[in-house]
Design a protein around this ligand. Structure first.
Ligand code: ADE
Length: 280
């Protein structure tokens, strides 16, 4: 997979040389190219922003440097392994981080992990002149994406978040392919429950033991315990995820656990919390 990132702070993307993404890069599984937007400015001050039409606070990123930068990146060729066949031109997906975008979810990470080429355009200031997005949306699959309901100073940190979420899904990047199956939010995983607690050696630490069931060797009991822990954690932290599920998401044991946690089943089969969620 090829990733291009156009930014005014290339050094902000240094973490892409570390850990899982850094190793995938070093192995050649990921072709990451970070570009300095200011390379496509032509004035002495390398200006990338200007005042907004219509007034208001802050500055807006100028269309010219973005247009030149994106044209250069798009012209720079083909990504390996495109659907069009080896060596054929491939169109990237353009990912535009913005707090006014659609939420970035595990589902979108999975979708993007199947694409041969992603181009990210992290913006600073109040964002990029709208005409840039409109222009490329005529030629490319453009996704405006938010990583959460808060406003950051720029899109670079969201790019780090999205690249890590996508890269760990690529074949061979995460050591154990089974590891994503149980991810919280993995599509089709445990009805979108949050993962419960995990433990490793030693068996006793500062007077604290591990839950006995985990050393019972009884796989069925361990799976049930994990599922109950996931239900409890989801009740405490994200009750909306349970409320959203249809009745088919839960078996008889789940229903008993949910009842203990304060959930009641409505006539439509959905669960609602009677009173406050049980604290963990
Ligand atoms: N840029 C600033 N805040 C952002 C957010 N929450 N998500 C994506 N891009 C952003």
């Amino acid at each position: 997979m090829r990733l291009d990132i156009v930014t005014i702070f290339p050094e902000y993307l240094e973490p892409l040389n570390v850990s899982l993404v850094g190793k995938a890069r070093a192995r050649g599984d990921l072709d990451v190219r970070v570009h300095d937007l200011r390379a496509w400015t032509h004035d002495r001050h390398h200006t990338v922003d200007d005042t907004p039409y219509g007034g208001g606070p802050g500055m807006v990123m100028k269309p010219d440097p973005w247009g030149e930068a994106l044209d250069a990146v798009l012209e720079s060729g083909t990504a390996e392994g495109g659907a069009e066949g080896p060596g054929q031109p491939v169109q990237p997906v353009l990912v535009v981080p913005t707090p006014s975008g659609r939420p970035f979810t595990q589902e979108l990470a999975v979708e993007l992990s199947g694409k041969p080429w992603l181009v990210f355009t992290p913006a600073r200031y109040e964002g990029i002149d709208r005409r840039v997005i409109d222009e490329y949306a005529e030629r490319l699959d453009v996704r405006e994406v938010s990583i959460g309901d808060y406003v950051l100073a720029g899109g670079e940190a969201p790019v780090l978040v999205m690249v890590e979420a996508v890269a760990r899904l690529l074949p061979g990047v995460l050591g154990n392919a089974e590891s994503h199956r149980d991810d919280s939010f993995a599509p089709g995983a445990m009805a979108d429950l949050l993962e419960g607690p995990v433990y490793t050696k030693p068996p006793e630490w500062r007077g604290r033991d591990i839950p006995e069931v985990l050393v019972s060797g009884h796989h069925g009991k361990i799976a049930r315990w994990r599922r109950d822990q996931a239900l409890a954690r989801t009740t405490a932290h994200r009750p909306d995820l349970i409320g959203r599920c249809g009745p088919e998401a839960f078996d008889k044991h789940d229903r008993a656990t949910l009842e203990e946690l304060g959930w009641r089943q409505g006539t439509d089969g959905r669960f609602w919390l009677s009173g406050e969620a049980v604290e963990e």
